[in-house]
Design a protein. Structure first.
Length: 153
C-alpha cells in the first residue's frame, strides 16, 4: 500500500513526467531495435552499416533519465523543460538520419540507400518522440503543486 500512497495527491506535472519517462524507455528500446536491424549506406553513401545513431540514442536516454527530475521534484515548474530539450534534440537528429528514407518513400524509389527499413516503424518512433516532447512541455506549464481545497469555502 505504500506504493499507492506515493502516487496519491500528486500534481498533473508528476504524472506527465512519469508517463514521458515510461514512454521514453519504450521509444529508446524501439529505436535501438529498429535502427540496429536496418542495413545500408551510411555517411552519405560512403560506407555500409546499420543505421544506429549514437547521438539519437544518447539524447533519448538522457531525456528519459531527465524526466526523473519532474517526477522527483514536481514543484520545480520548469524542470521538465530539460527533458523536452533532450527529446527535441533526439527528434531533430532522427529526422536528419531518416530524411533520405522519407524522400525515397515519397518518390516511391525505396531501397536505393538501405535494406530492411520499415516506414511505419520510423513514423511510430517519430510519434512516440513527439508525445514525449508534448508531455514534458505541458508538464512545465502546469501547476506543480497540488491545490488543497479550503474547508471553509
Amino acid at each position: 500500500m505504500k506504493i499507492l500512497n506515493f502516487f496519491k495527491n500528486k500534481p498533473l506535472s508528476f504524472y506527465l513526467c512519469l508517463g514521458a519517462c515510461v514512454l521514453g524507455v519504450v521509444t529508446t528500446i524501439v529505436y535501438t531495435a529498429y535502427s540496429l536491424s536496418v542495413y545500408g549506406k551510411i555517411n552519405g553513401g560512403a560506407d555500409m552499416g546499420n543505421h544506429f545513431n549514437t547521438v539519437v540514442f544518447v539524447m533519448l536516454l538522457l531525456g528519459t533519465l531527465a524526466c526523473a527530475i519532474g517526477v522527483a521534484k514536481p514543484d520545480w515548474q520548469f524542470a521538465p523543460l530539460i527533458p523536452s530539450l533532450l527529446f527535441s534534440a533526439a527528434f531533430g537528429y532522427y529526422i536528419d538520419d531518416r530524411l533520405i528514407m522519407i524522400e525515397e518513400e515519397i518518390n516511391q524509389i525505396y531501397g536505393m540507400m538501405e535494406s530492411g527499413g520499415n516506414f511505419g516503424t520510423v513514423m511510430f518512433v517519430f510519434v512516440l518522440m513527439l508525445v514525449c516532447i508534448v508531455a514534458v512541455i505541458v508538464a512545465s506549464f502546469t501547476d506543480g503543486t497540488k491545490k488543497q481545497r479550503n474547508a471553509n469555502s
